[in-house]
Design a protein around this ligand. Structure first.
Ligand code: 13P
Ligand code: SF4
Length: 302
């Protein structure tokens, strides 16, 4: 029964001195039983500063890996070992090294949606909430390679005016939203503001009233005087938005806006993760150290 699982999770969490961190795309029942819900930057920050012995990451693998990279003395668990990010798999350390060979003076900015090995080959990480700030921190005139999201990379190039070498990676969940789908929603809800994630394609970000990370979207709608919003990101986030702004109305930009990897985390496997201390994230110390430079440089920007 759900209430038994919830009680077990709370009790076992105390026993282990564990903290449960959840991403905004998690199922409502996971968000409700987490100690902290946030976007990938907020989760990385929380993981870096926690005193808990065990960090349970309800998100996808790169998020759990970032927690381990930033706070290596802790046990980091992910409740479902198959919870990956298809975009993160679109760049490998090997392919990145080949690209770096061709652009010897370039700096590599690596979206946090990437493996520890790729972070280890990068100069600095970014998330969707600080990508513009990260790119602006690189001296003018320096060549920049941006991996792996071509859409976020193109958006940042437009915002900063910097010349960026893009990688051909994309998020299969955000990349499929079309301008026609947004127009259709706008026709149905003419008063609604369009707010989208920068992983959406350029023709979609170009027609939006605001382009923000998940935490940025939440802030935008909280502060806005408008009442209706067309939201261009994963459907789990509508739960967060409605919970935080019950007097506002949200429409998903398209049907079927689902990251199935995020949805593999359930109360059942969260309880099992706590019971059996599984699945533990492990990274070789060599890779972890190198990857931590890129992540810590990002965190230091504030
Ligand atoms: P945020 O940084 O906005 O949490 O995005 C992470 C992500 O995976 C979006 O698809
Ligand atoms: Fe990866 Fe896209 Fe899922 Fe985010 S929504 S975790 S980028 S596949």
């Amino acid at each position: 029964m759900t209430s038994d699982l919830v009680k077990y999770i709370a009790a076992r969490k105390k026993e282990l001195n564990a903290v449960i961190l959840a991403h905004y795309y998690q199922l409502p029942e996971i968000q409700d039983n987490a100690d902290f819900v946030g976007d990938s930057l907020q989760l990385a920050r929380k993981a870096a500063e926690t005193d808990a012995e065990v960090i349970v990451c309800c998100g996808v693998h790169f998020m759990a890996e970032s927690a381990k990279i930033l706070n290596p003395s802790k046990t980091v668990l992910i409740p479902e070992v198959k919870a990956g990010c298809p975009m993160a798999d679109m760049v490998t350390a090997d392919k990145l090294r080949k690209m770096k060979e061709k652009h010897k003076d370039a700096r590599v900015v690596c979206y946090v949606n990437s493996s520890a090995e790729v972070k280890a080959e990068s100069d600095i990480c970014c998330t969707s909430s600080n990508a513009v700030q990260v790119v602006n921190s690189i001296p003018e005139g320096t060549e920049i390679i941006f991996v792996p999201d071509r859409n976020l990379g193109a958006y940042v190039a437009g915002q900063t005016g910097r010349k960026i070498i893009l990688w051909e990676g994309f998020c299969p969940v955000h990349d499929v939203v079309t301008s026609e789908e947004i127009e259709e929603q706008k026709k149905k809800h003419p008063e609604a503001k369009i707010v989208v994630h920068p992983e959406c394609p350029p023709e979609v970000t170009a027609m939006a009233d605001a382009v923000r990370s998940t935490a940025g979207i939440l802030k935008y709608v909280k502060e806005s005087k408008d009442r209706e919003f067309i939201i261009g990101t994963e459907e789990g986030f509508l739960y967060t938005l409605t919970k935080n702004c019950p007097d506002k109305t949200f429409y998903l930009a398209r049907n079927n806006f689902i990251c199935h990897d995020m949805k593999t985390i359930t109360l059942e496997n969260l309880a099992l993760a706590l019971e059996k201390r599984q699945y533990e994230v492990e990274i070789s110390e060599d890779i972890r150290k190198k990857a931590s430079h890129a992540l810590e440089r990002m965190i230091a920007l504030g």
